[in-house]
Design a protein around this ligand. Structure first.
Ligand code: TYD
Ligand code: MG
Length: 455
């Protein structure tokens, strides 16, 4: 029999190569290929066309059993999940180290255990004493959950096989787990994949909801094995700036619901507190109008969140290459917006450093933020403060036109509720736009006029 071929998997994109290379041929990242243990080799004559069980086919309109969801006891967590945890589902909880994943899951696990359900929390990263210490600090020490420190998947599954399966199994983190079915150190692609596979199979067979914690790399992908994202039902991402208080829980993929709702938490001395009404959260305490600051009504699912965008422009005397630094927004999008402002409005940013910051550690992904960013940039460049109680929204095209955005009325209504009295956005109709003084602008030249008029 031929020797099974060695395979190498890219930890960034999951691409497979048959020889080791310094650079992944699929995503061009460097030093990301790792050897994968060979698959079991079947004989070439093995015939899969017989010997199996017959599968049943169903009509699309066959009766559906409603999904039983279990609430986690944290309303913001449930909201991001689309209504709660589905039994037998596998959830991957991604986030940067130190962002609060263990804290969030300990709080949710304790709440579920307190409601009378069996919960198992396995930490591969921390000793039980450490977890108990945290539980004590969070006031959760009396929650009847079963806690263990372990990293062998076989040990965990052998233990769980004795007795009724738990309602919830938390594994913190999948990168510390080890399966003896396969060679390699914990954290390697094949180990993470094999461990996750065994745990997910257990969850599906026993109807246990499984939460796998996964650390993410700095660029935001769930560390190494993107393959995990395909294996689980739900991929959640816990985001925020570690130096800021606020955390956002977002579903990136959800087989059981929508992915547009977020959960908002504040990291406090006694753990994560829920923030049920986040609309004012990301506005810094603004008292006086400041040049370079614009408020953008972002939309997260059905909830508007007002965020402050701050721009700073520093003129350079020398011919040094000016810096562009962005926190909380896409740097490629900023480069595009600067180019459009230069070519369509004749503004000159080329000899100036440009800094852009989204207040409160919020990460903007809504394309409707373009106009607010442009307003902040023009305001900073001209040193003209924008009206304190104004909001800006609209998508900007390469031609410099301001395009209509979704749910303009909802954004305006929320801003009006919070005391804003004017809005600048695309020329569009919408229910609710009349709630405050609305000015529709067709393109960026109109925006520049608007900023200069300070109205
Ligand atoms: P942790 O849940 O351990 O993060 P992760 O599991 O994502 O790596 O939380 C880490 C940080 O949270 C820690 O640096 C301190 C902070 N924290 C608080 O501010 N208050 C608290 O009550 C707790 C438990 C943690
Ligand atoms: Mg942790």
């Amino acid at each position: 029999m031929a020797k099974p071929k060695r395979r190498y998997v890219c930890t960034e994109c999951g691409g497979i190569s048959f020889r080791w290379q310094g650079q992944c041929p699929d995503c061009s990242e460097w030093n990301t290929l790792e050897e994968e243990a060979p698959e079991t080799a079947f004989s070439a004559r093995h015939n899969l066309g017989s010997g199996g069980r017959r599968i049943a086919f169903e009509a699309l309109d066959a009766p559906i059993r409603p999904l039983a969801r279990r609430t986690t006891g944290l309303a913001e967590f449930d909201r991001a999940l689309g209504g709660g945890i589905v039994p037998g589902s596998a959830i991957l909880m991604g986030g940067e180290p130190g962002i609060g994943k263990s804290t969030l899951l300990l709080q949710a696990a304790a709440a579920i255990a307190r409601s009378g359900q069996d919960v198992v929390y396995v930490s591969g990263e921390e000793a039980t004493a450490q977890v108990r210490l945290r539980a004590g600090r969070l006031g959760l020490a009396d929650a009847p959950l079963r806690l263990a420190s372990a990293s062998s998947v076989r040990d965990i599954l052998t233990t769980l096989a004795d007795g009724a399966p738990p309602a919830l199994l938390v594994i913190d983190s999948i990168q510390t787990m080890h399966s003896d079915m396969i060679e390699g150190a914990p954290g390697t692609v094949s180990q993470v994949r094999a461990s996750a596979f065994e745990l997910i199979r257990y969850a599906k067979e026993c109807g246990t909801a499984l939460v796998l914690v996964g650390h993410v790399t700095k660029d935001g992908s769930i560390a190494g094995p993107r393959v995990l994202e395909h294996m689980v039902d739900v991929v959640m991402s816990f985001e925020g700036e570690r130096s800021h208080q606020f955390r956002i829980l977002r579903a990136l993929k959800n087989r059981f619901g929508a992915v547009d709702e977020i959960g908002v938490f504040a990291m406090e001395g006694a753990g994560l507190a829920e923030v049920p009404n986040p609309s004012m959260l990301f506005l810094s305490g603004r008292e006086e109008p400041l040049a370079g600051s614009a408020v953008f009504p972002a939309l997260e699912g059905t909830r508007p969140v007002l965020v402050e965008i701050q721009a700073l422009i520093v003129r350079l005397q020398s011919g040094a290459t000016p810096r562009r630094a962005v926190v909380g927004w896409d740097s490629g999008r900023l480069a595009m917006l600067l180019a459009v402002l230069e070519s369509r409005c004749g503004l000159n940013f080329s000899s100036a450093e440009v800094y852009l910051n989204v207040a409160g550690g919020y990460r903007l992904s809504d394309p409707a933020a373009d106009l607010a960013v442009a307003a902040a940039l023009v305001s900073a460049l001209a040193d003209k403060p924008l009206p304190l109680r104004g909001i800006w929204f609209g998508e900007v095209s390469l031609a410099g036109e301001v395009r209509p955005v979704s749910h303009a009325g909802l954004r305006v209504k929320e801003a009006a509720k919070l005391g804003f009295d004017r809005a600048c956005g695309p020329v569009q109709e919408g229910e609710g736009l009349g709630k405050l003084r609305y000015r529709g602008i067709a393109g960026l030249p109109g925006l520049v006029d608007q900023v200069m008029a300070n109205a």
